[in-house]
Design a protein around this ligand. Structure first.
Ligand code: ATP
Ligand code: MG
Length: 427
């Protein structure tokens, strides 16, 4: 079967081949093309040694020379070309102690994690499939190349990659592979939190985010963060209490119920903050912060997660003053996130809140100190003393305006301030 490759990849493979070496597109790009998915990147594997690849192309970037990888820049895109290699012994449960180059493609394919990731392609040979990758693609199965137990012991990150691919592709994990995941789960201790996070983020951003329950089902949760398992306990309790409220008895309980609930995350935009916030939306906002921080997410995602979840849990009526107050405390993006989360939990006011929000925006209502009609200078001129009181006075004025935007005029606000200072209005 012939598959289409970008011209740059064809050019690189041809050039290496015309110099007397073998070269193939390999791994994720072959898998994704066969599935009709757009590959993220095109990796090339070759029998040429790194120095030989450098000799052929002249201009290359040394990306991982010790692992045999050089990058070739063509039309502003980088393509990684890696020499066939055999990974040496794994001692730390994550990286091989050494790598050895080989001239045998099969050896290189054998070191790869899953059968669907261990296929190579060139126009001359077409698909090279030594480990039944095509069959597993057809049957939608994630299966280790070789003995699953050994492969996960070598590199525990593969455990999370298996679950992540299951979520991205909507595949099932083959029985032996699944069993080995549960057995080797404690080895995840050896994997850095960042790497764990990257896999979980890809999982949550995928088309099948409900597969996240596999993290709990296979016993991986304790190695993610201390309180990761609590997310599933909490979700289950939330669903049970919801059922009590509407008087129904649940068809599913436990992780099956959680999976059904997390499937709703598909309705959220494929954005990191949104998906993490959606997944954690029934947790305490401080716990959300703790989990995201523990997984070394960036500060923006941590802040978005905590704020969106906190706001989603607070009641919000479809009334403009309440909406303006909410908007004054967070970014528009966070408010959007909050509404998405409320919608997931069936809040029927969201549509009306969105409509009112649009009106607020169109009217240009003041929702922050930036557009308040008085500023610090005006307060000083009016005789408000610097210090704690200063900020409190500004936010008192902002509150008046959030309640009623018609008051956002300098003379009106200064008049209100005078009255307050004369003791006519108590705050
Ligand atoms: P994607 O880029 O969509 O995440 P991918 O399959 O291309 O998926 P990469 O991490 O880019 O994944 O790796 C490229 C290839 O390298 C994989 O297809 C696989 O053959 C191999 N590979 C990557 N990580 C590992 C690993 N931890 N153990 C064994 N082989 C791996
Ligand atoms: Mg890739």
């Amino acid at each position: 079967m012939r598959i289409e490759m970008p011209h740059e990849v064809e050019w690189i493979i041809d050039k290496i081949r015309s110099n007397g070496y073998e070269a193939f597109a390999v791994g994720g790009c072959v898998r994704d093309t066969l599935l009709g998915r757009e590959p993220g990147d095109w990796d090339i594997t070759t029998s040429a040694k790194p120095e030989e690849v450098k000799g052929i192309f002249g201009k290359t970037v040394d990306t991982g020379l010790q692992h045999g990888t050089v990058t070739i820049i063509k039309n502003r895109n980088g393509y990684e070309v890696t020499t066939y290699r055999i990974d040496g012994e794994y001692h730390d449960g994550r990286h091989p102690e050494s790598v050895e180059f080989t001239s045998n493609l099969k050896e290189d394919l054998k070191r790869r994690d899953f059968t669907i990731n261990a296929m190579a392609y060139s126009h001359e040979t077409e698909i090279v499939d030594e480990f039944g990758g095509m069959e597993d693609l057809d049957n939608k199965i994630i299966r280790c190349v070789g003995l699953a137990h050994d492969r996960f012991t070598e590199d525990a990150l593969r455990i999370l990659r298996a679950i992540r691919f299951a979520a991205q592709l909507g595949f099932e994990i083959e029985a032996e592979t699944y069993k080995a995941i549960a057995d080797i789960a404690p080895n995840l201790k050896k994997v850095s939190k960042e790497r764990i996070q990257v896999e979980l983020t890809k999982l949550l951003l995928s088309d099948y985010p409900e597969k996240v329950v596999m993290v709990e089902a296979t016993g991986i949760s304790p190695y993610v963060t201390d309180d990761f398992g609590a997310v599933f306990v909490r979700e289950d309790a939330y669903l049970a209490s919801e059922n009590r409220e509407d008087g129904s008895s649940p068809e599913k309980t436990g992780l099956a119920a959680c999976a059904e609930s997390f499937a709703k995350l598909k309705a959220l935009p494929k954005e990191k903050s949104m998906r993490w916030a959606g997944f954690l939306r029934h947790m305490e906002p401080n716990t959300v912060r703790g989990i995201l921080k523990g997984l070394k997410l960036d500060n923006e995602t941590i802040d978005n997660g905590k704020v969106m979840v906190g706001a989603a849990q607070a009641p919000l009526n479809p009334e403009k003053p309440e909406i303006r107050k909410c908007l004054s405390r967070m970014s528009a993006y966070q408010f959007e996130g909050c509404l998405y989360l409320k919608e997931l939990d069936g809040d029927t006011n969201v549509e009306e809140i969105r409509r009112l929000w649009k009106e607020i925006e169109e009217a240009g209502d003041c929702i922050s100190l930036k557009t308040l009609a008085v500023n610090g200078g005006d307060l000083m001129a009016a005789g408000v003393e610097r210090g704690k009181q200063f900020g409190e006075t500004l936010s008192w004025l902002l509150d008046l305006v959030l309640e009623n935007p018609d008051l956002n005029k300098k003379e009106i606000l200064l008049h209100k301030l005078e009255e307050k200072m004369a003791g006519k209005i108590s705050s």
